[in-house]
Design a binder for this molecule. Structure first.
Ligand code: 5AD
Ligand code: SF4
Length: 466
C-alpha cells in the first residue's frame, strides 16, 4: 500500500483540513500476544503513544517491557536532533536479530522520523525486515496496517498534513494527569526546526471537541489537564472561528479541573489577555515554558524567531510582575551556525537577567531540509560543547537558588506515585511544576496536599505532608 506521492519532509500543501470523527472499531485478533512500545522525544510523541497503545490493547495485545517477549514492536520516533536517528537504527538492529528467531514478529516504525524522506529511503534500501512505516498524520491507519502486516514492507506516510481526527481514544499513562491535544503542527518555521515539515502546518481542533474531552476527563476524576501543541498560543488562528487561545483557556479553566497547564508557548503569540487569565484563575497553574533559543538579536533573526532580546525581556518581566510566584522555564540552543562568543554572551546575559527556574539546553543539530542546515558553519564543535557546559553551570546555579527559596514554605503538591529514588516517599509537583519528594501516607496518591518544603536541590525539592 505504498502511497506514490510519499515525499517525506518536502511537501506542504494548502489542502483544506477537514475535521473527521474516527471509527474506533478494532477486532480482538491478537489476544494472548504482547507488544513492546518505545517512545522517543517530546510530550506530543508521548501523547501519540497513548493513542497507539489504545489500538494495541484493543487488538488484545498486552504490554511487555522485555523486547524478547514481544510479538509486535512499535517505535515512536523523534527527529528534532540528529542523535535520535542513530539510537533508532541501533534499536532496529536488535529487532532484526530477534526477527531471525521469531519471523512472525511485527516491527513498526512511526513518529517524526518516518516523515523524513531520507529515513524512508534508508528503510527501503537496508531494513526491509521492518513491516510497517507510519507517519505522524496517519496514526489512525496503524490498525489497518497491523492487520495487513507480515506480507511485505508496508509504508504509509502522508505527504500532506492530513485532517484533524476527533473521537480518538487513548490508553492514558496516568489516571491523575492527562494530555489534551488542542492543535497539530506548527506554522512558525524557525529556521533550525524540522517540526513544521514532520508535523505539517498548524491545524487546530474545534473548541467544542476539546471542551468535551476535558469534561470527560473531569468526570473520570482527573486532577490535571495539560493543553498540548507545538505552539499553543497560536491556537485557533487557522480556523474560521472568532475564538483564540485565551477563550479556549478560560473555557477549559471554567470546567473546574483542579489544575490546568499548557505547553508550549511561543513568545510572539503571547498576549496580555493570557497573562491576566493565568493571574485570575486559580486553577490555571502559574508555570510557563517560554523558549528563548538565543539572546542575540543577530542569531534570533537568523533563527526566524520574530522577537528581539529586548522584546523577550519585556514579555518576561510583564509575566513576572503580573502573575504572583510564577515559575518560568525555557529552551536554549547553543552553537547555531556561526554563533560567536559575543552572541553567546548575549544569551548568558538573558539567562542572568531571567534567572530561569530551569531550562532545556541543546547544541544546534543541523536537520536536513531546514534553511539553517544550508548555512556553512565555521564554529568548531568543541567550542559549542564548551558553551553548553558554561550555560548549564549557570542554569543549574539559578535552578538551585530558585528551589532554595521554597525551603520553609508550604506548597500545594499533586501526588502522582511512589518516588523513584526512595519508595518510602511519594513524588508530585507544585503548582509551579517543581518536582517534590514527599514524606506522606501512601493513600494520598492522586490528591493535592499541603507540603512543608524541607530541602532543595537543583532538580527537586524534599518535603513533608502537613
Ligand atoms: N537543534 C537543536 N535543538 C533544536 N530544537 C529544535 N530544533 C533543534 C535543532 N535543530 C530545540 C529547541 C526547541 C526544543 C523542543 O528543541 O530549543 O524549543
Ligand atoms: Fe519548531 Fe519554532 Fe514551531 Fe517550535 S515554534 S515547533 S521551534 S518551528
Amino acid at each position: 500500500m505504498n502511497l506514490p506521492n510519499m515525499q517525506g519532509a518536502k511537501i506542504r500543501t494548502d489542502k483544506k483540513v477537514e475535521h473527521i470523527n474516527l471509527d474506533n472499531n478494532i477486532p480482538k485478533s491478537f489476544e494472548g500476544k504482547k507488544y513492546f512500545l518505545r517512545t522517543y522525544g517530546c510530550q506530543m510523541n508521548v501523547h501519540d503513544s497513548e493513542q497507539i497503545r489504545k489500538y494495541l490493547e484493543k487488538f488484545g495485545f498486552t504490554m511487555t517491557e522485555e523486547l524478547t517477549e514481544a510479538d509486535i514492536v512499535v517505535l515512536n520516533t523523534c527527529a528534532i536532533r540528529e542523535n535520535a536517528h542513530d539510537k533508532v537504527f541501533g534499536f532496529l538492529g536488535r529487532c532484526k536479530h530477534l526477527k531471525r528467531e521469531k519471523p512472525e514478529l511485527i516491527i513498526a516504525l512511526g513518529g517524526c522520523m518516518s516523515q523524513e524522506e531520507s529515513v524512508v529511503n534508508e528503510i527501503k534500501a537496508k531494513h526491509s525486515y521492518v513491516d510497517i512505516v507510519f507517519g505522524t498524520h496517519n496514526i489512525h491507519e496503524l490498525p489497518k496496517m497491523i492487520l495487513e502486516a507480515n506480507k511485505k514492507l508496508n509504508i504509509m506516510v502522508y505527504s500532506y498534513e492530513g485532517n484533524v481526527y476527533e473521537n480518538i481514544k487513548y490508553s492514558r499513562d496516568s489516571k491523575i494527569t492527562a494530555w489534551v491535544n488542542i492543535m497539530y503542527g506548527c506554522d512558525k518555521f524557525c529556521t533550525y526546526c524540522i517540526v513544521p515539515y514532520t508535523r505539517g502546518k498548524q491545524r487546530s481542533r474545534k473548541m467544542e471537541n476539546i471542551l468535551e474531552e476535558v469534561r470527560e476527563l473531569k468526570e473520570l476524576g482527573y486532577q490535571e489537564v495539560t493543553l498540548l501543541g507545538q505552539n499553543v498560543n497560536a491556537y485557533g488562528k487557522d480556523l474560521d472561528e472568532s475564538y483564540d487561545f485565551s477563550v479556549l483557556l478560560e473555557n477549559v479553566a471554567k470546567i473546574g479541573i483542579p489544575r490546568v497547564r499548557f505547553v508550549t508557548s511561543h513568545p510572539w503569540d503571547f498576549t496580555d489577555e493570557m497573562i491576566s487569565l493565568i493571574a485570575k484563575h486559580e486553577n490555571i497553574m502559574p508555570y510557563i515554558h517560554l523558549p528563548l533559543q538565543s539572546g542575540s538579536d543577530r542569531i534570533l533573526k537568523l533563527m526566524g524567531r520574530r522577537y528581539t532580546k529586548e522584546e523577550y525581556l519585556t514579555l518576561f518581566n510583564k509575566i513576572k510582575e503580573n502573575i504572583p510566584n510564577v515559575a518560568i522555564t525555557t529552551d536554549i540552543i547553543v552553537g547555531f551556525p556561526n554563533e560567536t562568543e559575543e552572541d553567546f554572551l548575549e544569551t548568558l546575559d538573558v539567562v542572568n537577567k531571567c534567572q530561569y527556574d530551569s531550562a532545556f539546553t541543546f547544541i544546534y543539530s543541523p536537520r536536513e531540509g531546514t534553511p539553517a542546515s544550508k548555512i556553512k558553519d565555521q564554529t568548531p564543535y568543541p567550542e559549542k560543547e564548551k558553551r553548553l557546559q558554561r550555560l548549564n553551570e549557570i542554569i543549574n546555579k539559578y535552578s538551585l537558588e530558585n528551589n532554595q527559596k521554597y525551603i520553609g514554605k508550604t506548597e500545594k503538591v499533586l501526588l502522582l506515585g511512589e518516588s523513584e529514588k526512595d519508595i518510602s516517599k511519594l513524588y508530585g509537583y507544585t503548582e509551579t511544576m517543581k518536582l517534590v519528594n514527599v514524606i506522606t501516607d501512601k493513600d494520598k496518591v492522586g490528591k493535592i496536599i499541603d507540603v512543608n518544603i524541607t530541602d532543595a536541590k537543583s532538580f527537586s525539592l524534599d518535603g513533608k505532608a502537613i
